[in-house]
Design a protein around this ligand. Structure first.
Ligand code: BGC
Ligand code: CA
Length: 329
């Protein structure tokens, strides 16, 4: 009797662990494959799908909303059970929701946040991401703490912080809120921020390098007290430009603190070499895992509470950011 019970229990457990997501097909659209952060995200989604026994097909939107719309149409007219969408253009969210809704396919948005208003138009539309504001606050804290503990960082001794701001793509919530809150946090810490220059570098290392080069030429590196970049790739581009002027190569007299967001491997390496002050962990792994778990739950007819994460406003799963500083590594 006891033996039969134990065997039945073992069987039930085995079934529960392997058949959870069997047969589930996820169609995923990524705004652009050529993005270091989204590569981490894609890898996490692929690994989690494999782990759960689901199939995931991921399409490259090539930074073009029309291309992505066609890919989503393809998924919906095929046999996918659920969509994961990293929009090219956040303003296209409503049309994606409308399509998913008429096909009765759940949709999980990632990384580019639709408004709650749009999410509320479909009971099977959700968002998995990180709170943009939080990353802005953390990068502002990294700079403010450095400025306070390094009096020599105030190069012109005016008690203010002369900085350069490198921004991500226009309209992205992370570009808007990281820019706003990083600077506000510096001010809240009692340091007056003075923006020397700012520019949109579209999350891109090469673009940021060119822009930073131009800023260095027009402003003079000796007048720059910090560089705040909305992501690591742009921070690394700025560092390339600084290194070309022999800055941030080990001479403490010629150092400008640079911060990014993401904690990509290449940024962590630059921090280890002392070229970059810090970054903020944008947890691609856990966002990818949560997105797939939610997608699988929804495909199985369950709602967001079944994904196993705390839920906000019935629509959001938030994965926290974390500060990462050179000295802590
Ligand atoms: C990341 C960037 C990335 C962007 C893509 C942001 O959250 O910090 O590195 O390029 O998302 O949408
Ligand atoms: Ca100053």
């Amino acid at each position: 009797m006891r033996k039969v019970f134990v065997m039945t229990l073992a069987l039930v457990l085995a079934l529960a662990s392997c058949s959870f997501a069997d047969g589930v097909k996820i169609g995923a659209g990524i705004y652009r494959f050529n993005d270091a952060f989204m590569l981490r995200f894609r890898n996490a989604m692929t690994a989690e799908s494999e782990k759960l026994g689901a199939t995931i097909e991921i399409a490259d939107g090539r930074d073009d909303q029309n291309t992505q719309d066609a890919q989503i149409d393809g998924f919906l007219s095929g046999d996918v059970n659920v969509l994961i969408v990293n929009l090219v253009d956040r303003m296209a969210a409503q049309s994606v929701v409308d399509k998913a809704k008429s096909a009765n396919i759940p949709v999980v948005f990632i990384n580019r946040e639709p408004s709650l208003e749009v999410l509320n138009t479909y009971d099977k539309a959700y968002y998995v991401g990180a709170k943009a504001e939080e990353s802005g606050v953390f990068s502002g804290q990294l700079i403010a703490e450095y400025f306070k503990s390094h009096p020599e960082a105030d190069k012109n001794h005016d008690g203010k912080l002369q900085f350069i701001l490198l921004k991500g793509q226009n309209g992205h919530q992370d570009m808007i809120l990281r820019s706003k809150h990083s600077v506000e946090t510096i001010r809240d810490a009692g340091i007056e921020p003075v923006e020397l220059a700012s520019a949109i570098a579209n999350w891109d290392k090469l673009e940021a390098m060119k822009i930073m080069n131009a800023f260095i030429m027009s402003i003079g590196p000796e007048n720059i007290e910090a560089v705040i970049a909305n992501n690591d790739e742009m921070a690394l581009g700025a560092i390339e430009a600084l290194k070309a002027q022999d800055y941030n190569t080990g001479n403490p007299e010629m150092y400008i603190p640079v911060v990014g967001v993401d904690a990509n491997a290449s940024a962590l390496e630059a921090m280890d070499r002392g070229e970059m002050l810090g970054t903020v962990l944008n947890d691609a792994d856990n966002q990818g895992i949560a997105a797939v778990r939610l997608a699988v739950a929804l495909a199985g007819g369950k709602d967001i509470s079944a994904a196993g994460y705390p839920v906000t406003d019935g629509k959001y799963i938030w994965i926290p950011y974390q500060k990462v500083l050179t000295s802590e590594r």
